[in-house]
Design a binder for this molecule. Structure first.
Ligand SMILES: Cc1cc2nc3c(=O)[nH]c(=O)nc-3n(C[C@H](O)[C@H](O)[C@H](O)COP(=O)(O)OP(=O)(O)OC[C@H]3O[C@@H](n4cnc5c(N)ncnc54)[C@H](O)[C@@H]3O)c2cc1C
Length: 384
């Protein structure tokens, strides 16, 4: 998610460079704050709204978990009034990829189940403040989640199969000393040195036949030809779950689908605070003022139920936009019909959420090169 902000609080600015690899968070006398992505009890403070600007509005494109989280934090920690926040979505329902639909007769469908673990710090930070679905008032979604997983823990009895269905010994990673070093060295590499390197470019052929690699690639949907950098980033993110990787005991799951478990109670909470939702509204471009590389959004161009619209953004407002949805253009098949891919492989077209990213990237190199992703099949997009 990108945050473009008119500068309401510039006591401790973190400079966002066009080349993000050249900027590092570091502490010094002018920046004594903890890093913005740090989590933990120290971050549970309620900031006193000293910098609150009366009438500040929040404009959020996308009502997936990222957009809902942005609204939650604007209200809880940013002291923005709920009624001053609007969430737009091209779809006619909130939740984005976290969906759940169907009925007992026709069957149920969700676009992927979600493996989660204990270190989803932001998620749990939010959901410890959201009323549980079934437990009495005062209990949170997190309380409910723990109850389920503590009493019905997840583990696999047959994590690896081979020889037409026989359980393979999955008690160890099966990594030799030199294969372990391949992993350690990857953790220590600088990300800017890993552009355009694939997993199979880096790892030895024998590494790609280890239990570890089978665990990893099946849990995180990696192919051998995928990006090594992506794998490195996942390793940093999930290293603390490594102990339960072989039998999946490091994972936790909700009782219901993710729409009912997370989206519904969070949306209910936001609506109670006055947050507004507008559906059928696709943003396709941003107007901004560019002052020496600092972009200040002045307007959001939308197609609102097909009609062109321009949302004016004031100097003090905050705009959060998503670069597109990984589940856009989902096609479904069944036992008798293959899914039909309706959109071109190489260009998702202007009637796509991705148009917004393409349009802003044309105007500023700050937003990267979306075409480097859409040049490959979009079906390659997967993620955790
Ligand atoms: C099959 C599958 C399996 C997955 N498994 C896991 C897992 O096991 N564990 C895990 O942690 N994660 C998993 N993920 C990833 C996780 O679901 C996503 O990272 C997360 O849901 C993304 O949330 P988001 O809000 O960023 O985007 P999305 O959920 O994609 O929501 C984006 C929303 O924004 C709207 N939107 C986008 N652009 C525009 C625009 N220009 N104008 C208006 N509206 C717009 C879209 O309509 C959509 O509603 C999986 C994903 C898939 C697809």
């Amino acid at each position: 998610m990108m945050t473009l902000t008119a500068d309401g609080n510039n006591r401790h600015p973190f400079i966002v460079e066009a080349d993000t690899t050249s900027g590092y968070w570091s502490n010094h006398p002018d920046n004594t704050l903890p890093p913005p992505d740090m989590m933990g009890a120290y971050m549970r403070n309620r900031p006193y709204p000293a910098n609150q600007i009366e009438g500040r509005k929040g404009w959020i494109i996308g009502s997936g978990i990222a957009g809902l989280a942005a609204a939650f934090y604007l209200v809880r920690d940013g002291a923005v009034k709920g009624e001053d926040i609007t969430i737009f979505d091209a779809l006619d329902i909130e939740g984005g990829s976290l969906d759940g639909a169907g009925n007992a007769e026709d069957g149920y469908i969700i676009r992927g189940g979600r493996e989660m673990n204990w270190n989803y710090d932001n998620l749990w930070d939010i959901f410890q403040d959201i009323q549980a679905i079934e437990l009495p008032s005062g209990y949170s979604v997190l309380d409910e989640y723990r109850l389920i997983n503590d009493n019905d823990p997840n583990y696999s009895k047959a994590r690896l199969m081979h020889k037409q269905g026989q359980i393979r010994d999955f008690s160890t990673f099966g990594l030799s000393r030199s294969q372990q070093w391949q992993l350690i060295r990857l953790l220590l590499k600088r990300k800017e040195n890993l552009d355009d390197v694939t997993i199979e470019d880096y790892f030895s052929a024998d590494f790609l036949q280890t239990n570890f690699w089978f665990f990893w690639r099946s849990m995180f949907a990696f192919e051998n030809w995928h990006s090594l950098l992506e794998m490195k980033l996942y390793m940093h993110r999930f290293i603390d779950a490594i102990d339960g990787l072989n039998d999946m005991s490091a994972l936790v799951f909700p009782k219901y689908n993710q729409y009912d478990t997370f989206v519904r109670p969070l949306v209910e909470h936001l609506k109670k605070q006055g947050v507004k939702f507008e559906f059928g509204a696709r943003a396709y471009d941003l107007e901004w003022r560019d002052e020496e590389g600092k972009c200040t959004v002045t307007g959001i161009r939308m197609l609102n139920h097909g009609a062109a619209d321009l949302i004016s953004v004031n100097e003090k407002d905050l705009v959060f936009v998503l670069t597109g949805s990984m589940t856009e253009g989902t096609a479904y098949g069944d036992m008798n019909h293959a899914p039909v891919l309706q959109r071109g492989r190489h260009d998702p077209g202007n009637d796509s959420d991705w148009a917004l990213w393409k349009n802003i990237a044309k105007k500023s190199s700050l937003f990267g090169k979306p075409e480097s992703l859409t040049e490959n099949e979009l079906s390659d997009f997967s993620g955790l």
